[in-house]
Design a protein around this ligand. Structure first.
Ligand code: FMN
Ligand code: SF4
Length: 488
């Protein structure tokens, strides 16, 4: 992953935790009663893909155990990982693309209800993504994938040669020479792996996204409702289809790209279709970016505009992330696919302990505070969820006190210690296992390996009933919280 050149090393430490009394009086542990969003406390575990679904995208016992473990900590809400809405093979990514998935998802909902004693609201993140291929071997690229065009022939001065001869010649060219022969997209496919864009209007399936996506999202939303989820988070963030529509890089000329008004059109139409399908009383919100952190991308001003439009449309919450784009992703190794968290935008999404003068904590807090202020100034009370490097009670409480958020998200800190919420509530904050922001978990995610945390995945491997990862070296879920002699 990209790291700030300063490479200042930070160590997570918390000087003070609240007493149980102070926690009880706090805003963080106060309830939220917003239209369609009632939380017992203002804490939120944002979506994190743990790579535990079956190869067909079904809920497995490992998926259930993963969420039940978070639920045992009783946060205000948990958002289930990005879940695919298309009925296409997507590896061990959870899916909600057909009615056959509903029964498994219902088991997941029930397990979370039981483990949290009904305290935690459970939402599911709905994702659409476009095709992406692995970085090819150059000979495979030139011999099989590249379509030879008149442009290549002209650039090479090989108008009359056979295709075979052209392909063989291309293989001998240097990088610099190839830049004169291949189009930017072809070069990108060679260097990073082929990837579809929302601007690929020559592809009928891409041109028709404004027609197909509202139905795909709304059908998935209906299934989520049938499975018993408390609500839906539309994934409009990071490197995926809906975020690409919002992006300033979206130059579609069909009324769904260009100006901000046109870029937000499909996200609003998807929301309208979902709302029509699930009814006025069901929780529907979205996750989007406070800033794309790429040179020609959307910035905080765009995010303020989108937030106001989403609030005006009636979304029940807005959850803000940051960065995480393909546009600045590092070149993957041959045979690997590009990963959108390897460039600077990826760093801003999941900052690590090697950082700059600002440090890895709370980098999203100020931008989200500005977005919240704009939404409030426009007259909307839509709850705003702020996430990014939050690990201490007073850090979270300050965001609420200063009006920078209504709910605070803890992703990696909740993975490091799913009992954070209960420990802090009970005045036992000094027992919290603090996230180091090492991004060991993110490295596992990148390789599509079962995600665990380095702070606990080698602990008590011989404990009765412990379930190990497929590499047999790591436990899959955090050990139970043992305080003194008592497991809690
Ligand atoms: C292993 C892992 C998987 C993630 N998967 C998702 C995801 O499915 N959807 C999403 O919106 N964000 C995802 N994220 C990003 C987190 O939700 C969160 O925004 C990010 O980690 C920053 O918050 P933090 O500093 O509290 O960890 C993932 C993060 C990690 C570490
Ligand atoms: S592996 Fe654990 S300590 Fe490291 S960033 Fe992930 S959650 Fe935090």
């Amino acid at each position: 992953m990209w790291k700030p050149p300063e490479r200042i090393k930070y160590e997570t430490a918390v000087a003070q935790w609240p007493t149980a009394e102070a926690a009880k009086r706090s805003q963080l542990y106060s309830s939220l009663s917003a239209p369609n969003l009632d939380l017992a406390q203002r804490t939120w575990v944002p979506a994190m893909v743990p790579w535990r679904a079956s190869d067909n995208g079904d809920v497995t016992q490992d998926v259930i155990d993963w969420y039940a473990r978070f639920a045992a900590g009783k946060p205000g809400a948990i958002v289930v990982e990005a879940t695919g809405i298309r009925d296409i093979p997507s590896g061990p990514l959870l899916r909600i693309s057909d009615d056959r998935y509903v029964a498994g998802l219902r088991r997941l909902v029930n397990a979370v209800r039981e483990a949290s004693a009904g305290q935690t609201r459970l939402l599911i993140q709905l994702i659409d993504f476009l095709a992406i291929r692995r970085r090819p071997q150059p000979d495979a690229f030139f011999n099989r994938f590249l379509e030879i065009t008149a442009f290549h022939r002209r650039q090479l001065g090989m108008e009359r040669e056979s295709e075979l001869a052209i392909r063989a010649h291309l293989l001998t060219l240097t990088d610099a020479e190839l830049e004169h022969v291949l189009s930017p997209r072809e070069l990108d496919a060679l260097r990073q792996g082929y990837r579809e864009r929302v601007t690929d209007m020559h592809l009928p399936a891409i041109a028709e996204l404004p027609v197909t996506l509202p139905a795909l999202f709304s059908q998935a939303a209906t299934r989520a409702q049938a499975a018993g989820f408390d609500g839906i988070e539309l994934h409009y963030a990071h490197a995926y289809t809906m975020a690409s529509f919002l992006s300033a890089t979206n130059t579609r000329a069909d009324g769904y790209g260009g100006s901000r008004e046109q870029r937000v059109r499909l996200p609003l139409e998807v929301y309208a279709a979902v709302r029509a399908a699930v009814g006025a009383d069901y929780t529907v919100g979205c996750r989007f970016l406070s800033d794309e952190i790429i040179a020609t991308g959307s910035d905080a001003e765009d995010a303020c505009f989108f937030a106001t439009e989403f609030a005006r449309a009636g979304m029940d919450f807005l959850s803000l992330s940051r960065g995480g784009k393909f546009d600045d992703a590092k070149q993957p190794k041959v045979g690997w696919a590009a990963y959108p968290y390897t460039g600077q935008s990826g760093y801003e999404c999941m900052p690590s302990y090697l950082s700059d003068a600002q440090g890895p904590w709370g980098r999203n807090s100020e931008p989200v505070g500005r977005i919240r202020a704009v939404v409030r100034a426009a007259g909307y009370e839509t709850p705003i969820i702020s996430t990014g490097g939050i690990h201490s009670f007073y850090q979270a409480e300050a965001l609420l006190e200063e009006g920078k958020a209504d709910v605070v998200g803890l992703a990696r800190q909740a993975l490091a210690d799913p009992d954070w919420f209960e420990k802090v509530r009970l005045g036992r904050g000094d027992e919290v296992l603090l996230c180091r922001y090492s991004n060991y978990c993110e490295g596992l995610d990148q390789k599509h390996k079962q995600v665990t945390c380095e702070l606990w995945d080698r602990t008590a491997l011989d404990e009765p009933g412990v379930v190990l990862a497929s590499d047999r070296k790591r436990r899959l879920i955090a050990p139970a919280w043992v305080s003194g002699e008592t497991a809690i």
